[in-house]
Design a protein around this ligand. Structure first.
Ligand SMILES: NC(=O)c1ccc[n+]([C@@H]2O[C@H](COP(=O)([O-])OP(=O)(O)OC[C@H]3O[C@@H](n4cnc5c(N)ncnc54)[C@H](O)[C@@H]3O)[C@@H](O)[C@H]2O)c1
Ligand SMILES: O=CCS(=O)(=O)O
Length: 455
């Protein structure tokens, strides 16, 4: 029996059975990547940039192959998978552009006595070898958000995808090699957790760039020891509808940022805060729009919602919905399951302590919560241990700026949802949503250090 089986979450078909890479294979890969640092040091920024530009082009050329691989292994709809590849193209292109702009600064020593008449030249240098660990839900774009900036900065990379994503990851790495990345600069392995932990603690790994859940992050942090860590973790992101909101726009954002990808997104609009004045009107519009969504086979172009990643995930989300209903929540739409598919579900009157709102719920369920005051709104949102992104629909910019200052998040989108993301913007949260910032330019500096020359 193989160590792991990749099963299509929609039809249960076996995609591939394989054995994890061993700790010995991890050690060999790291040894090769240490040697590869000389290759990177000998590769000027413009050549690294050209390789990343070629990768961007290859991502577009192989878009359909990559999209189908994502859909088969994760159940993400083919439409959402194609969008992911378009995003990965932008991420690779931004990495190519930023590779040419990793500029430092010059300092004058005479800003403070005594007179030294020295100049300080500060440049950014690669940390060395970066362990990049990625989650299941955006297997290509999140990987490119790590490999692209790490390579642009001049690092070598050990890439560890989710076990479900071995096939799409292999295709991505094939394109990286075709674009010009050397095998001593990029290695991909799929070891088990024990062998991954060996890499995490390895002295020749200078940085860990991790995206995933809190439990894994805590284990990595406890095991890594003294090295740079960049953590992009969970979210329980609010979408706020104020009395003066464009309700149609807010409904569209809710549909696209909660039900797309079957709700399996860190930045999904997992909690809807709707002012009492517009609650009934918004709820009615949302139910009407949700009823039109096609649910089913993720391989069909017009399917909007496919299955969750696996049966345990579907069980967890279904259980949270049933638990909320048992605690008095009203079902305005959905609460239906077939296999790993959960229909988009809209709830009202959910107790604040219910798991479906208190925990990060990775599924197509949206609890609508009334509020009456800004003070109540901020207090409830900030009571959450996560703090990734938020969105508010209002025409009142003064209110938007007050929320920007009061909400404990990494980004507030105005007249958009928490799922807003531009690949070149800084990305990341506060509290249990992580440490550090991705977004290409920012990730490059997270995986670099400043070295100063005094002359
Ligand atoms: N902030 C973001 O950018 C972002 C993006 C996508 C997903 N996520 C989060 O990721 C989670 C869902 O993804 P998932 O189920 O793949 O997450 P996960 O934490 O289960 O796994 C993420 C990756 O870590 C590996 N991993 C698991 N335990 C580990 C350990 N002890 N040591 C080393 N590696 C370990 C997994 O094999 C996988 O490659 C959600 O919490 C979601 O919010 C965050
Ligand atoms: O899961 C979140 C990744 S992204 O779609 O916000 O980049």
């Amino acid at each position: 029996m193989a160590d792991y089986q990749i099963i299509n979450p929609y039809n249960g078909e076996l995609i591939e059975a394989y054995d994890f890479h061993t700790k010995e294979q991890v050690a060999e890969a790291i040894e090769l990547l240490v040697e590869g640092r000389n290759k990177q040091l000998a590769t000027p920024a413009f050549e690294r940039s050209n390789i990343l530009l070629k990768l961007a082009q290859l991502l577009l050329e192989r878009k359909e192959d990559l999209a189908r691989a994502i859909t088969e292994e994760t159940g993400k709809t083919i439409g959402d998978s194609r969008v992911e590849i378009d995003r990965a193209y932008n991420t690779a292109l931004a990495s190519a552009m930023e590779a040419r702009n990793i500029n430092g600064e010059a300092l004058d020593s005479d800003a403070f006595p005594p007179m030294r008449e020295k100049i300080g030249v500060v440049l950014w240098k690669p940390l060395g070898t970066v362990l990049c660990i990625t989650p299941f839900n955006f297997p290509i774009n999140i990987a490119v958000h790590k490999i692209g900036p790490a390579f642009a900065a001049g690092n070598t990379i050990l890439f560890k995808p989710g076990p479900q994503n071995k096939r799409s990851a292999e295709l991505l790495v094939e394109l990286c090699y075709a674009a010009g990345m050397d095998k001593s600069v990029l290695q991909m392995l799929v070891p088990d957790i024990e062998a991954t932990s060996y890499a995490v603690a390895h002295p020749q790994i200078q940085a860990i760039n991790f995206t995933g859940g809190t439990a894994a992050a805590n284990a990595i942090a406890a095991n890594a020891g003294y090295k740079k860590m960049l953590f992009e973790l969970g979210g329980n992101d609010p979408l706020i509808v104020m009395p003066d909101a464009d309700l149609d726009a807010a409904v569209t954002a809710t549909i696209n940022q909660r039900f797309a990808t079957a709700g399996q997104r860190c930045t999904a609009a997992k909690r809807l805060f709707v002012h009492s004045d517009v609650f009934d009107a918004f709820a009615e519009k949302l139910v009407t729009a949700t009823a039109k969504l096609k649910v089913g086979n993720p391989a069909e172009d017009d399917t909007f919602i496919g299955p969750l990643i696996h049966t345990n995930a579907a069980n967890e989300v279904e259980g949270r919905i049933q638990s909320a209903v048992a605690a008095g929540a009203r079902v305005l739409f959905g609460n239906r399951r077939e296999g790993n598919i959960l229909w988009p579900t809209i709830l009202a009157d959910v107790p604040d302590c219910a798991e479906v709102v208190a925990e990060e719920t990775f599924g197509p369920v949206v609890p609508l919560r009334k509020f009456d005051s800004e003070q109540e709104l901020v207090a409830v949102i900030n009571s959450c241990p996560f703090g990734l992104q938020a969105g508010v629909f209002t025409q009142n910019l003064a209110l938007a700026k007050r929320l920007y200052n009061q909400l404990e998040v990494g980004l507030l989108a105005v007249n958009d949802g928490p799922g807003f993301r531009a690949e070149h913007f800084p990305f990341g949260g506060v509290k249990e949503s992580g440490v550090g910032r991705e977004g290409v330019k920012y990730a490059i500096r997270e995986m670099s250090y400043q070295k100063t020359l005094v002359i």
